[in-house]
Unconditional design. Structure first.
Length: 87
């Protein structure tokens, strides 16, 4: 036989825990998707308010800005985690 280096197969549970199903990545991804949905709901509410002539657009714009900032914070945390953790 040749000089083949045998590597120990990774523990399946450890692999799943750290790469295939990372709890923190799942939590951050869920928070990111929730933030995107919130922005969608705010846009929908804003459109309905404009159609029906109710509400103040500057209030909705402020809410959209805050929701967008939160989405971007979560996105940055998610990408940072993926880069650092490799999952």
């Amino acid at each position: 036989m040749g000089n083949a280096v045998l590597q120990k197969a990774p523990d399946p549970e450890e692999f799943l825990e750290t790469h295939a199903f990372c709890k923190e990545k799942y939590m951050l991804l869920t928070r990111f998707l929730d933030a995107v949905k919130k922005i969608g709901r705010l846009h929908q509410w804003h459109i309905q308010a404009v159609i029906h002539g109710v509400g103040e657009s500057h209030t909705v714009e402020a809410l959209l800005q805050r929701a967008g900032e939160e989405k971007n914070r979560i996105k940055a945390a998610l990408l940072s985690h993926i880069e650092a953790h490799g999952c």
